[in-house]
Design a protein around this ligand. Structure first.
Ligand SMILES: N[C@@H](CCC(=O)N[C@@H](CS)C(=O)NCC(=O)O)C(=O)O
Length: 204
């Protein structure tokens, strides 16, 4: 398998899942600085111009964080990256979707790429402020869900790798994480798989 990633991007969460699984894979850096994701070599693989992109052993390509994480968890059941219990499984998917679709795509995307949300440069500070508000509401919601728990649905699951990448981004935009999210981030950073990914992506 090959993961196409950009250091510190949301692909970080999938990189963690691959390290948790522990099977051989290749991690190929996509250089965002050089806009490689828009070049023909990349778009031939993923026309969406986005990471994470997973090229599977049979050559087929899987995109979208929740789909990739779900597929990796279900094809490696011995790693218990998704609970067996249907209700807990649904909770894991609920948390993952909330992180990707709301906290990331509505909250952080406004802060990292405010010009994508308005044609008027004068509005960009307001866009960023709205993004911060959405992300902070997201962390407050996740914080409640994490109350009294080490991980989102009991044991470590793919939901935690999604929560982790947005927690990891919080410092970049000056968000102070609420206590359960801060403890969750610390717990994630202590995992050997996460430490290996930090080294590999040059983030340590
Ligand atoms: N909905 C996508 C979001 C992926 C995404 O937004 N990736 C960002 C990095 S965090 C990206 O590749 N951005 C490159 C670009 O838009 O040029 C998913 O779930 O994977």
């Amino acid at each position: 398998m090959k993961l196409l990633y950009s250091p510190g991007a949301c692909s970080l969460g999938i990189h963690v899942v691959l390290e948790e699984i522990g099977k051989p894979y290749e991690a190929q850096r996509v250089n965002f600085g050089e806009r490689e994701q828009y070049g023909s070599a990349f778009t031939a693989v993923n026309p969406k111009s986005k990471v994470p992109t997973l090229v599977r052993d049979d050559g087929s390509v899987l995109t979208e964080f929740p789909a990739i994480a779900y597929w990796l968890a279900r094809t490696n059941p011995q790693k218990n990256l998704l609970p067996d219990d249907i209700d807990a499984q649904a909770r894991a998917l609920e948390a993952m979707d909330y992180v990707v679709a709301t906290v990331h795509m509505q909250g952080f995307a406004r802060q990292f790429g405010s010009s994508n949300f308005t044609p008027n440069p004068a509005d960009e500070d307001a866009v960023k402020a709205k993004g911060k508000e959405i992300a902070e509401k997201g962390f407050a919601t996740l914080d409640k869900a994490l109350e009294g728990k080490e991980y989102a649905v009991g044991k470590f699951s793919i939901a935690d790798s999604a929560i982790f990448y947005t927690e990891f981004w919080s410092k970049r935009v000056g968000i102070t994480l609420p206590k359960n999210c801060a403890a969750h981030l610390e717990r994630m950073m202590a995992r050997p798989a996460v430490q290996r990914v930090m080294q590999q992506e040059g983030l340590a």
